[in-house]
Ligand binder design. Structure first.
Ligand SMILES: [Zn+2]
Length: 138
């Protein structure tokens, strides 16, 4: 088996990766293909972890649109996805904290903040900044 055959077959495998005895033999004698296999396993694990986290369909579309533009392996997208998610979690935390407050306690600053976060496109700008900052870093 050649390295090309190995990587082609590896690419066609579905999760969980079960390699044939023939592939296993090649992998044991070829450090390069062993590394490729390990990377594929890590990638598959990462993807299945990502799938386990529920994200809004809206966010998925946005991320997919960004990923389609430059030619990248997808690994660069990880910090970007994480920062987008953390911005959203952060904003959601503020919004839900405001919702839990009783109406009497709300001061002018809080109502300005909640007006901002209840807008249709709240956080869009923040999201863009974080996304682009991480995306073009390298
Ligand atoms: Zn090889």
């Amino acid at each position: 088996m050649t390295c090309n055959e190995f990587t082609n077959r590896l690419a066609s495998l579905k999760y969980p990766l079960e390699i044939s005895p023939e592939m296993k033999r090649h992998q044991e004698t070829c450090p390069q293909c062993a590394l490729a296999y390990n990377n594929a396993v890590m990638l598959m694990q990462y993807i299945s972890e990502e799938k386990a986290v529920k994200v809004s369909p809206f966010l998925k579309t946005r991320v997919a649109a960004k990923l389609d533009k430059p030619v990248n392996t997808g690994w660069y997208a990880r910090p970007a996805i994480l920062s987008v998610v953390s911005v959203i979690v952060f904003i959601f935390g503020i919004v839900s904290a405001n919702l839990l407050e009783s109406p009497e306690k709300i001061n002018p600053m809080e109502s300005i903040a909640s007006d901002y976060y209840f807008q249709d496109n709240y956080g869009t700008q923040l999201e863009e900044i974080w996304f682009n900052a991480n995306y073009y870093e390298e």
